[in-house]
Design a protein around this ligand. Structure first.
Ligand code: HEC
Length: 235
């Protein structure tokens, strides 16, 4: 790395805007020297004391993870902070939009309609999801879809007393019937009296960690949070 760039890093970390700070940690990740190590160690201490802004926590953690010597400090932190809060803030909306629209592995568009007028209905429409849900919920939806299944979208499988079985999305249920939405969009209502067993609802959405990197998930959270209902007031 250019030594001049490293020289600028302390200033960048104290004064600059979020994006510059994130870039500064990227630089520190590639600068293998004692000064940079010391710097990251100091920032990890700040992190442990809750003194690092949310939007740059992931960048710090990823930079520190490149150093064997910082492993004990980093482990001590991650073992007590297991909720991935560092993915809530600091993502880039434009990059997130690009991932959601184009990333083949994540394949969001195969199941969700977002900005288009028409599209897949396998999962809920996300057009105004940023007005409906907070960032914590959105992040959880990506990391662990099964944790909270959007009503009407849980996939269940029902075994009937006559030996047949049937699966679809649980559209609604009451004391006497369960109504499933089939892949073709039609609904089928089944009297409980005919049901032997029903599985708990699952999500067909895959957990995204592993398909996407943590920085990518943070960008997707930023994009989803930006999907707001338009107010009637013109900009
Ligand atoms: C294989 C289909 C599939 C893929 C691929 C998929 N999803 Fe989903 N998604 C679903 C289904 C079904 C649900 C509803 C069940 C649930 O809550 O998990 C859902 C739920 C969600 C929710 C919660 C919505 C709510 O109203 O509670 C969000 C947010 C979301 N998906 C975003 C994404 C994003 C972003 C991607 C790509 C990174 C993606 N999904 C990829 C099927 C999918």
């Amino acid at each position: 790395m250019n030594p001049h760039a490293l020289h600028c890093v302390p200033d960048a970390l104290n004064e600059a805007d979020t994006v510059t700070k994130q870039l500064a940690f990227d630089l520190l990740a590639t600068a293998a020297n004692a000064k940079a190590d010391q710097f990251l160690a100091t920032w990890l201490d700040k992190l442990a004391q809750n003194q690092v802004p949310a939007a740059i926590q992931l960048d710090l953690i990823e930079a520190a993870a490149t150093r064997e010597s910082l492993k004990p400090k980093l482990d001590a932190y991650t073992q007590t902070h297991t909720t991935n809060d560092e993915l809530l803030e600091g993502g880039d909306v434009t990059t997130g939009r690009d991932i959601v629209t184009n990333h083949l592995g994540a394949n969001c568009i195969a199941c969700h309609t977002i900005e288009a007028k028409e599209g897949s209905q396998v999962g809920p429409n996300l057009k105004i999801i940023g007005s409906q849900k907070d960032r914590k919920y959105l992040l959880e939806s990506l990391l662990n879809p099964i944790a909270q299944i959007a009503p009407g979208y849980g996939l269940i499988s029902i075994a009937l007393k006559d030996g047949k079985s049937i699966s679809g999305s649980l559209d609604k249920e009451d004391a006497t019937r369960m109504t499933l939405r089939m892949p073709d969009g039609k609904t089928q209502s089944i009297p409980r009296a005919q049901i032997a067993t029903a599985t708990p609802p699952i999500s067909v959405m895959p957990p995204m960690l592993g398909i996407l990197t943590k920085p990518q998930i943070r960008d997707v959270v930023a994009y989803l949070a930006s999907l707001k209902a338009k107010t009637s007031k013109k900009k």
